[in-house]
Design a binder for this molecule. Sequence first.
Ligand code: HEM
Length: 449
Amino acid sequence: MASPATVPPTGPSLARAASTTRALFLGGLLLGGKLEQKLLDRVVRKHGSLVSTRVPGFGRTVLVLDPQSVRDMVTCPPGSLISGRGNAVLGFLYGNTSMFLVDGPSHHRLRRLLVPPFRNRDTLASYARIIESVAEDLLDHLPVNKPFALLPELRHSMLEIILQVVFGLTDENRLAPFREAMTELLEISTSNSSGLRDMLRKNYGIRWPRLQRALEKSDGLIYDEIRRRRADPALAEGDDILSLLLRTTTEDGDLLTEKEVRDQLVTLLIAGHETTATTLAWAVELLLQNPQALERLRQSIRDNDDSYIDAVTSETLRLRPPIPVFSREVAEDFELQGYRIPRGTLLVAHIGYIHQRDDHFENPRAFEPERFLAKRPEINYYAPFGGGLHSCIGNHFAALEVRLFLKIMFGSGDFSRSRKAEREKRQTILNLPQKGVRVIYHGRSQARP
Ligand code: HEM
């Protein structure tokens, strides 16, 4: 087949997949785990690696299962693909000015404001101190010598980090109401029923009192905090994200509106919370299932060498990406593998599937962090943070969180697993450990007989 570059824009349209394929694809997406991989293998064998279908609520959708098309999606010229209706699923929480949902100059402006603090050495060093103190606090409060689910504990820690790093909160009197209100927003964001509730609300006017209450409460707190901080003479010194958003002017010299600030804070909260907690939980699970890797990690902590820990993070994100798909909407007619993809089509790149392709990864189902020491795979084969204009802005920050937590948890703490390998469970689009990673904590290191 000719490459997309040589095919005129009037190339053939992608054939619509039969309903059995739609069932396999949707079944796969809903189920997650090994079964999903098997069903998608069948889809690829039967129809190839680009599958066009109609998904209820999303309309015409093309499932992208091959690396070259992922590369085409993330390297396409600005304007041809936009964020679109896939990202808009949680728009009722993010708000319509969220960087997740906007494109063009408004998006560019938000990224110019928000990317630097998450990449800059000095800000990351100050965030590292917060992360370390939250990780130490976690070890101080975990139950000792009895099984428990780690994921809920990590969620609590990740929320603490976001409240301090993103919202800049330090005073317990202010932290407490935020903690409660943001937990409610996060629960709504990860609930399987939220998509349906939102659709019923929008299309049939069916009330959703829980959402209304949660938004009223969280928005009240956020807007109050924005005004309080604007009036605070110490605003110029804070390196938390809220302070930066409030004091930084754009190229045109204007400040973000209060609504824009609110929408970015909620976006960062939702985008950065469950993703990181889940990655950490999976990393612990995979390490406890692989004693050799765990021993090598412990040794690298003793040697103060971060390369193996970072390889563990990368390998965890390859095998268990917390968000296994990312999507774009076609804004101008687009081509993939020589096929013309019409405007309005939703492209869904299934990176979780591509991460386990055996033509690129040797022994793809095995947890082998060493593979990331040798070389980093290209974006078309490995994209846990998506790619292109809407790629994750928190990738370095998330890697820092995972690195520091693993260092403290396995450098100072002693854990063992309390059950056999944990299965994957799909919740909304998240790839979660079914039982929340059940472990036993034996206390600070060497405490175990
Ligand atoms: C291991 C943890 C994380 C994973 C696996 C992850 C993954 C992703 C993915 C797949 C996307 C969509 C990218 C695309 O469409 O190309 C994304 C977007 C985003 N992530 Fe993350 N993320 C993580 C942590 C974080 C953190 C810690 C933050 C910030 C506190 C964050 C902020 C964002 C934002 C703001 C976007 C939207 C960017 C835009 O639309 O321009 N993420 N992330």
